[in-house]
Design a protein around this ligand. Sequence first.
Ligand code: PMP
Length: 363
Amino acid sequence: GPDYVRAIAPYQGGKPIAEVAREFGLDEAKIVKLASNENPLGMPESARQAMLEAVADIGRYPDANGFELKQAITAKYGVPQEWITLGNGSNDILELAAHAFVQPGQSVIYSQYSFAVYALATQAVGGRAIVVPAKNYGHDLAAIANSITADTRLIFIANPNNPTGTFIPAADIEAFLKVVPRDIVVVLDEAYNEYLAPELQYESTAWVREYPNLLVSRTMSKAYGLAGLRVGFGIAQPAITDLLNRIRQPFNVNSLAQAAAIAALNDSAFLQKSAQLNADGYRQLTQAFDAMDLEYVPSYGNFVLVKVGNDDGAGARLNLALLKQGVIVRPVGNYGLPQWLRISIGLPEENAIFIEALKKALA
Ligand code: PMP
């Protein structure tokens, strides 16, 4: 196989509960997992019902074009069907973009400390990564624009970003879109968009009309609570959408996932509850960090990046100390942040257990 495939380091997800229970001799039921930016409420009840009803038809193939799911997306976001690409999670959309637009040797730009899949998707197609140094742990859009080369095909931007939680104001993104040449595709990854306070919300779907090189990526994994079902979608003009749809797997979103996603999209009460719980949990965690004099990056997502020591062993050491107490969080040494841990915001009682475990681990 190609050397660039052999060179890929695998994606490191959050440690599974069963594995931690076995490794540390703990009771599975008592383990708190705040490691994968999942919705602590789980899936909406409406989606669970719809999924169970869809089980009756599981002997049939899913709708390859996701007709009803696309209609639900159209109803919710006001975008035409021809603008939508469905994905097996939004990771699928990110990978499809790399496959559709990047040839081996061509360059792809993303920020230092941005989502790990940008590097993976780039490497998988033999792309040449241009990693732009972060500014205050977030995207430096001016530096990104300045780093464009003659062979740049794709730019990944995460807003809010994972693992740092930083946010780019709408005006800055629009100014950036204005200067990027139209033959370079900009993927605007909005996995955590639903957690933004109303005053920070912006209309990226309106930009899609204006910028034919913009691909907005959304997921049902976070605020919608469907991470295990794997549903995401891309929004772009038909020229982009058509290419992505040609190369995606014909049945890339399974029928249970389609049914659940439709119900979740229509469940605005669940979305609101998730956002409120997240805002409360963010306050709970950051007040504890303030009280413990720990530095953290102000976050706009459903997680917080916190500095747990001043030496490069700190993240791994504290991660292990937390695991021993049955608390799973995410070390981010692979992101070049070995002094930090990323904590997903959980239920109030889960956050409290984590805070107590952290205090013990640091004592
Ligand atoms: N983008 C960002 C910024 C993320 O943090 C994640 C999830 N970790 C994803 C995309 C992919 O999520 P999914 O494939 O579940 O939609």
